[in-house]
Structure formats: structure tokens, C-alpha cells
Unconditional design. Structure first.
Length: 579
């Protein structure tokens, strides 16, 4: 839920901070006072399109920040984890800045995110509806989603199964298409694959062979230098040259001297042990050098042969992989591909059989899903017509078409779903988007939201002047519907509603009045949270226009008392229902 909204230098707003509560938050004010500016700013911080022209005159950037309580919203918490956004105390702070060049800077709890990521989070946080901004409700693609949501867990089970079979059909068809290419192309591919396999097999590559050969090449290229240093090292250790005593002989003499000292002074015993170890290591080293020298001549290959082999390996790497392991893995892959091509007819037959079996399973689930959608459509039709009847659209007729196409393959099933409505007797039902009256559109949208409110995981809904074209008794029913939606069990829902109707304003749990103040050189918009007296004064203004009279004051008092009674009665009924 939205707890706080901060807006800086956005349109007419210089600096605004608004705290929202649970339940129904109503925003009222004179026409042109700037009520919708706040909704536009809120839409921006949720990742929707921003416009640099909205930057307040004389400023270089605008900032919008929203504080949300997401402690009970698992979907958003999961997405925050994916985006690397830390969450403390169940709070999420979204911030969006836009400068005069149209550049965006978005943050979630201080972590920089993209506008796309911001929109992903925003889509799960709030549902914004305006008189002309709820086209998604009238898009046919969304009708199926609404109907499936109404179908409940059984519908979701079928959707999961049919999506799995649709994906399997797609993969099998890819395999078939791959084998059903031009015969000449297949023959060329088989020849190419066989050539590559033969070339790799003929090379007889072994993993690690190139590293070993590089080592041998390095030795051969430095052969004279290597022999010189090996002979020199052995001469120092074991040689009998007249100019220098061999190291091993010198160490033997040193060992005797220290041994005699240790017999007299025990403190030299550790030094004697150290020397004995050194002598043993040096003697072992001399044996290893002699063995290496004897084996070197015997094990060394021919430099030309080694260079030729390395050139072959290098050529294979350029063609088939970065290293020998990758070359051998490629050989396995193309061998499998060649086997499939050689067994093309058998494989095609197998794929066709698998395709037919999977298609039957897909169609079976598709028929079950279709039957459920038809049944759900009938129930949803009744629910919508009942809701519309409450909203003074007694003659409205709803049709939910579920067109079943046996040839259609989709992860969402084989149905095309569309909602149709007729608002006047004698008229055939038409698509929702062709309803002309703004008031009728608002009531249809509210009816759908009333039905789906308890199913929707989004905790906050925003209604921006959806009451256009509504008055009288219908206005009171709309007000009660919106209030009921804000109190949807089990824990209620947050509604933010901009309205011109006093009936809706009277139902508010939190009432804000928007004022536009004009100075000598600037205009600013402010939000004023109203107390009980302020609510009554604002309702009187809404009822009577510019002049507040005793009659409008008394009427406002009656409306507030009625709204409190409606809320109290509703709460009492809910408490009786609870076990």
C-alpha cells in the first residue's frame, strides 16, 4: 500500500508530501485545481511514461518518490530480490528523477534500477484507472485473462497443463521442420558433417596434448642451453674438478664437523638434524639431475614433427573449437546430428507419432478448459448484470463469447474470449470498447472491479474521476460500491479516488482537498487533509457550488451521518459472518 508520496517541481507542484491511509482516500477540489497532477506524478514513479515538459517552470528536473508497504506482497518481494533491492521492515521506496533533457534516474531503496524494472514493480503495486485510461479493460486479449481468473484454481491448473503441452508441440515441430528441409540441402549437410567427423577422428586429438607438445618444443628450441646448465649443475654437486670441491663432498665434511660439535654441545643437535635433512635433499637432487640427463636424449622427439603436429591442432582449433575439449565435444554433437540425418525417415516417423500423441493430450485439456470457460462465462455474465443493475443499468445485457478453434495452438488454450454488452433494449451486444457514454464505461469498469477485487493481488487502486456522467441515486450506489471495494476482506484494500461527487466524498476514510494558490509570479498546488469540520465544509461546497448555505451544511451533515451508518452496518454484518 502507498504510505507517502513526495512530489518536487512537477507541473504546478513545487514541494508536496502526502500521507495516505488504508481504506478510501478521497481527493476533491475545484475544477482545474490540480487534482489529477498528483495521479500523473504517481503514475510516473510507477514506471509509466514521463514527460520532461512537466518539469516546473524555472527548474531543471522533477522528482517523484513513493513509500510503499509491501510486507504482505510476496510477488513484489520476490521481484525485489531478483533486482537486488534490499528490503527492511517491509518498506519499498521508489524514486524517479527526470531532467530537462528527458534523462531518467530511478532508484528502489537507494539501488539504481532501470525504468523497465521500475515499471515491473509498479505494475504489481497499484492499479490506476481514469475515465479514459482503462483501455486494458476493453482489450480483447485481457478478457480471457479475466475469465480465467474468475475460473479460480481449476482454471489455473488447466492453463499450466495446456502451456506445457503447447511448448512440447512447438519443440517437436521444430525437430520435424529441421528434418523436412530440401533433400539436396540434406545431402550437402551429410557430406559436410561426415567430412568434419573424419577430419577430427583422423587428427587423433588427445586432451592436454597441445600443452605437452608446447613443452617439448620449448625444450628442443633451447636444447644446448638446457644441456649446458644441467651439466653445470651436476658438476657442482658431484664433479671432481680440481678448481672446486663438489657441493656434496663439502656438505659431507660440514656434516662431520657439526656432528663432532654436537657431541660436545647438545645445543647443536637441532642444527645437525637440519643439516642431515639438507644433505639428503641435495643428494636426491643430484640423482634426479643425472636421471634427467640420461633420459633426455632418449625421450626428445623431432622438432619438425612437433611443430607440424601443433600446426594441425591450431588449424583444428580455428575450425572447430577454442581447445581440444571443445573440438571433441563438437565432434560428438555433429555425430549425433549425422546419425539423425542418416536415420531421417525413422526419426520423422517417430516425431510424427509423438506429435500426434501430444496434440491429442493438448486437445483434451483444451476441451476441458473450454468447457470450464463456458461455465465460468455464464456465471460471470450473471454477476456482471447484477452489479450493473445495482448501478442503474437494469437493461444492460452482457454476453461473454468463448469461441473454440480446434486448429488453434496457443499456450493459453484454443479459445478466443470477448466480452460484449448492450446497454439499451433492442440493441445487439457490442464490444466493451464501443460503449459511448463515459458514465456507462465507469459503471462497467466499477462492476468488473467489484467482482474481481477480492481476486486481485494488487492492494491499491486509483480511480481518477471515473464518476463522470453519474448523479442521483446511481451516485450513491457507486459511492457504496467504492467504499465496499476499499473494505474487501480479509484485510481491506486501499482506494485513492479523485471525485466530484459528494456521495463518494462522504464515504472517505481520509479526505484531501486540493487548492491552487496563485502568487505574483508563480502558481502552486497544495493538499490539505481535512478534519471532520473540513469534510463538512468541503461537502457543502460540492453540494452548493461557490456559496455554502445552511441547507447545504445540513445536507452535508446528513450525508456524513449516512456514510457512517452504512460503514457501521456493513462492519456489523461482516462480524456476524465471521466464526
Amino acid at each position: 500500500m502507498l504510505r507517502n508520496l513526495v512530489v518536487k517541481d512537477y507541473a504546478l507542484i513545487e514541494n508536496l508530501s502526502v500521507d495516505f491511509s488504508n481504506g478510501l482516500n478521497v481527493i476533491t477540489g475545484e475544477t482545474g485545481a490540480g487534482k489529477s497532477i498528483v495521479i500523473d506524478a504517481l503514475s510516473m514513479v510507477l514506471g509509466n511514461r514521463g514527460n520532461k515538459s512537466n518539469i516546473r517552470q524555472g527548474e531543471t528536473k522533477m522528482i517523484v518518490q513513493g513509500l510503499f508497504d509491501i510486507s504482505d506482497q510476496s510477488e513484489i518481494l520476490e521481484r525485489c530480490g531478483i533486482f537486488g533491492v534490499p528490503i527492511e521492515d517491509g518498506q519499498l521506496i521508489l524514486t524517479r528523477e527526470m531532467d530537462s533533457h528527458g534523462r531518467n534516474l530511478c532508484r528502489a531503496n537507494g539501488i539504481i534500477i532501470t525504468v523497465s524494472q521500475l515499471k515491473t514493480l509498479g505494475n504489481s503495486l497499484m492499479d490506476i484507472h481514469g475515465q479514459h485510461e482503462h483501455q486494458s479493460l476493453f482489450q480483447r486479449d485481457n478478457h480471457r485473462q479475466l475469465l480465467d481468473a474468475f475460473g479460480g484454481e481449476k482454471s489455473q491448473k488447466y492453463l499450466k497443463e495446456i502451456a506445457s503441452y503447447a511448448n512440447a508441440l512447438k519443440n517437436i515441430q521444430i525437430q520435424i521442420d529441421d528434418l523436412e528441409v530440401n533433400e539436396r540441402e540434406l545431402e550437402r549437410e551429410k557430406e559436410t558433417l561426415q567430412f568434419e567427423i573424419d577430419e577430427i577422428e583422423k587428427a587423433g586429438l588427445e586432451i592436454g596434448e597441445d600443452e605437452r607438445l608446447e613443452g617439448e618444443k620449448r625444450i628442443l628450441e633451447n636444447r644446448e642451453r638446457l644441456f649446458s646448465n644441467i651439466n653445470g649443475a651436476y658438476e657442482l654437486l658431484r664433479g671432481e674438478g680440481p678448481e672446486q670441491t663438489p657441493i656434496i663432498d663439502a656438505l659431507g665434511q660440514l656434516q662431520e664437523n657439526i656432528s663432532e660439535i654436537a657431541k660436545i654441545d647438545n645445543s647443536f643437535l637441532p642444527k645437525l638434524e637440519l643439516l642431515n635433512g639438507v644433505f639428503s635433499e641435495i643428494e636426491s637432487l643430484s640423482f634426479e639431475i643425472r636421471s634427467y640427463l640420461e633420459d633426455l636424449e632418449f625421450n626428445l622427439g623431432d622438432l619438425d614433427e612437433i611443430e607440424g603436429r601443433l600446426a594441425l591442432i591450431s588449424r583444428m582449433k580455428r575450425k572447430y573449437g577454442q581447445d581440444i575439449s571443445e573440438i571433441l565435444a563438437y565432434a560428438d554433437t555433429i555425430s549425433e546430428r549425422l546419425t539423425n540425418l542418416l536415420n531421417r525417415d525413422e526419426n520423422l516417423q517417430s516425431y510424427y507419432e509423438e506429435l500426434e500423441k501430444t496434440r491429442k493430450k493438448y486437445s483434451e485439456i483444451g476441451r476441458q478448459l473450454h468447457a470450464l470457460r463456458v461455465k465460468s462465462g455464464g456465471n460471470l455474465k450473471k454477476s456482471l448484470e447484477n452489479e450493473l443493475q445495482d448501478l442503474a443499468m437494469e437493461k444492460a445485457q452482457v454476453e461473454i463469447l468463448v469461441d473454440y478453434d480446434t486448429q488453434r495452438i496457443s499456450a493459453k488454450g484454443q479459445d478466443i474470449v470477448e466480452f460484449l454488452i448492450s446497454v439499451n433494449p433492442g440493441q445487439l451486444p457490442k464490444p466493451l470498447g464501443k460503449i459511448a457514454s463515459g458514465g456507462e464505461i465507469s459503471r462497467i469498469m466499477l462492476s468488473i472491479k467489484s467482482i474481481f477485487g477480492s481476486m486481485d493481488a494488487i492492494e491499491t487502486m486509483v480511480f481518477d474521476e471515473i464518476d463522470t456522467g453519474i448523479s442521483g441515486r446511481t451516485a450513491q450506489v457507486v459511492a457504496e460500491k467504492i467504499q465496499a471495494l476499499s473494505a474487501t476482506p480479509p484485510k481491506g484494500r486501499q482506494i485513492i479516488c479523485i471525485t466530484h461527487l459528494p456521495q463518494i466524498a462522504a464515504m472517505a476514510d481520509q479526505h484531501f482537498m486540493v487548492e491552487k494558490r496563485t502568487g505574483e509570479a508563480s502558481v502552486d498546488v497544495s493538499f490539505v487533509p481535512l478534519d471532520e469540520k473540513g469534510k463538512k465544509e468541503e461537502l457543502s461546497r460540492m453540494l452548493g457550488g461557490a456559496e455554502v448555505t445552511r441547507k447545504t451544511w445540513e445536507h452535508a451533515q446528513e450525508m456524513l451521518e449516512l456514510s457512517q451508518k452504512i460503514k457501521k452496518d456493513k462492519k456489523s454484518k461482516e462480524n456476524k459472518i465471521l466464526p
